[in-house]
Design a protein around this ligand. Sequence first.
Ligand code: PLP
Length: 474
Amino acid sequence: MSNLRNIPSVDEIIVQADIEKLLKSYRRDFIVNCIREVIEYIRKSLRENNNNDEEIKREIIMEQIIAQVKLSVIKNSQGTLAKVINATGVVLHTNLGRAPLGERAVQYMNEMASNYNNLELDLEKGERGSRYTHVEELLQKICGAEAALVVNNNAAAVLLGLSTLAKGKEVIVSRGQLIEIGGSFRIPEVMKESGAKLVEVGSTNKTYIKDFAEAINEDTALLFSAHTSNYKIVGFTEEVPTKELVELAKQKNLPTMIDLGSGILYNLADWGLKEEPTVVECVNSGADVICFSGDKLLGGPQAGIIVGKKELIDKMKKNQLTRALRVDKLTIAALEGTLLEYLSGDPAKKIPVIKMLSQDLEQLKEKAQELFNELSEKLTSESHVEEINLIELEDMVGGGAYPTYKLKGYGVELMIKGNFLERLSKKLRLMEPAVLARKQDNKLLISVRTLLEGDQQILVRNIKQALQTLKQEE
Ligand SMILES: *Cc1c(COP(=O)(O)O)cnc(C)c1O
């Protein structure tokens, strides 16, 4: 127990030169708290080793404490969001913040963030304006819709649509579309929150237009369809095409609402992604209200976008819920910056998500070859690596789009000896920036599709460093 007596007090620690230096840049109570935590930690570890009766000198403990306080101060004075290098090949990775923004969006957002702006001012009339006028015109032009409204995210858009169009009334939905999306978004639950009454029709695998027709009565307010984003029922299946649903709704004088999930504004059919309808196709089919996410295939910030008939969107704007679900100036700026690329720019070059999805195999192979060469050169002396190979692999769109579609991609696999893969991948996650790659058997799979500019060098450096610490720990 004698070592416990060698732990210096807070008062002794705080007057040490290195700690006094810290006090010039940080609040005193913050530093005192860090010191207390470190003392507690040291006390605990000394107690756990108390059968080891070797004495640890007071100066040594002091040194340890000072070093740890410095580390703890650095760690505690950073935000918790940290950059991650996405080497998974999943383009829209919900755990990794979905879509990285393009340059124009970031620049625009920066400018609006650090200045005053006309968020709610009509500069022409000098009167109060509406924040909803900003993106609306762009969306009308790009989607070919009469009107548009942007809220916090697509879950909010669905909630707002249902609440406005069907509160206290019935909404008819196919059983095959009562979906749950990651992050616990469930159509039946959202329906309940909105005050609308869900009427399920058809069966899990087959729903016909006559099922809808038979369920319509005087309480029906809306025909609803949700894109089955994250799964696909294959085999003996039948869903009602949007066109037929719209026709039936028109006959009965009812509106239709489509939850598209990942709204596609740029046609990726040339790259094999052609099974899903684009927003424009959906608008042209005559659906009255269509909603989709801003940060899925659109490649913008988190937002819920509603486009459709002016009369219905005007009603939504007046719903009190809209105030609670409203978007801020930064989202509006980032969304406008992204949408402008669709209108006048080059989405395949300027919107990161579209760029990643529209890379051809030759480009990907070249990138993978470059990474392979660099890793082969830098990791020659790393004893934990058994083999390095250039490989073909399957990437994914992610974000609840094209659930069954495997994108052919390229990358590098590192075969890791013994059972070190778990430890290596944890080390990589804890580095700055963190690296996230796929694991398969004893292999670390690095896909090049989702690496952004400048990522490759850092990736190689971090992998080398992680392998070296593994070696030192042996
Ligand atoms: C992703 C998705 C949502 C939720 O959108 P968020 O923008 O994440 O709120 C809702 N419906 C469908 C069909 C989706 O794919």
